[in-house]
Design a protein around this ligand. Structure first.
Ligand SMILES: NC(=O)c1ccc[n+]([C@@H]2O[C@H](COP(=O)([O-])OP(=O)(O)OC[C@H]3O[C@@H](n4cnc5c(N)ncnc54)[C@H](O)[C@@H]3O)[C@@H](O)[C@H]2O)c1
Length: 269
């Protein structure tokens, strides 16, 4: 399913500083939508081949088509990150198709509109921990295992400003995002001498399908949240992708176990 590259247009050229990703191979879990999709497109513009691992096949294929349209190489793989077999297969297939795995972005995640802590259901608790934490760890396990055979690689996990601070009516999600940052730091230390760098990005609010779900599709709640932003706007998916790509470049060669906050000053308040 890899497209035959046409010459990229001026608009689609890689951003300065990310040319070092040309010829690299990136795997993006959750690459069918939102931040993951922006990362997949950004890697492709920077010249990397991209594998998208997601449960939403149709949306993943749309990301692939958009990458092919700008002359990039991409493939979609059905993958539920809560499944050890499917996360392993996603990595093995990526390496089979593109020859290696240099960068992995773990963006698959879920959130729900939630009540206060004591009113959370076990179902919500279990669902969020299963995808956001267990799914992240299973993805990392497969990616690291392969990268160890190569002797290098970079992982970037999607944490959040909610890995540092909290919000009302978000206990399960906030707990999972604190866990993602802890997992990132611990894993970074485990592989510090192996050539594998593991970091996270911590975005502030980004207007994606997840945000609409978490806010119950309530435009007023959306506006209230936007008004809390020091810049008066949400962080864009492309602004998050820019940080993710940087963490995968040689320019970040001594950055390990870091949670790069990209939030327009939201947590500086
Ligand atoms: N949107 C925000 O405000 C925000 C802020 C900080 C961090 N994040 C984090 O960024 C990541 C991406 O969020 P987003 O806002 O782009 O959400 P999104 O809903 O737009 O995208 C999430 C993607 O993950 C996929 N997914 C869900 N469950 C999966 C599973 N079990 N296996 C494989 N794929 C699965 C979905 O199909 C979707 O394509 C998440 O980890 C989220 O916690 C989001």
């Amino acid at each position: 399913m890899s497209g035959k590259p046409a010459l990229p247009s001026e608009r689609d050229r890689p951003a300065a500083g990310h040319q070092q990703l040309a010829g690299r191979v990136a795997l993006v879990t959750g690459g069918a939508s939102g931040i993951g999709r922006a990362c997949a497109l950004a890697f492709a513009r920077a010249g990397a081949a991209v594998a998208i691992a997601d449960i939403d096949d149709a949306a993943a294929e749309r990301t692939v088509a958009d990458i092919h349209a700008v002359g990039g190489r991409a493939v979609a793989q059905t993958c539920d990150v809560t499944s050890p077999d499917q996360t392993n297969n996603a990595v093995v297939r990526t390496a089979e198709l593109f020859g290696r795995l240099d960068c992995a972005v773990n963006s698959a995640g879920v959130n729900e509109a939630s009540p206060a802590t004591a009113d959370l259901t076990e179902h919500t608790w279990a669902r969020l921990w299963s995808v956001n934490v267990k799914g992240m760890w299973l993805s990392m396990r497969a990616e690291i295992t392969y990268m160890l055979t190569q002797g290098d690689g970079a992982l970037v996990n999607l944490a959040s400003t909610l890995s540092h601070v909290a919000m009302r009516n978000s206990a399960a999600y906030v707990a999972t995002k604190h866990a993602v940052l802890g997992l990132t730091r611990a894993a970074a230390l485990d592989y510090a001498t192996s050539g594998i760098r593991i970091n996270a990005v911590c975005p502030g609010p980004v207007e994606t399908a997840m945000m609409h779900t978490a806010l119950n599709n309530d435009p007023e709640a959306m506006e209230q949240l936007r008004n809390t932003a020091p810049t008066g706007r949400f962080t864009s998916p492309d602004e998050v992708a820019s940080g993710v790509l940087w963490l995968c470049t040689p320019g970040a060669s001594h950055v390990l176990g870091h949670g790069l906050v990209i939030d327009g000053g939201w947590t500086a308040m």
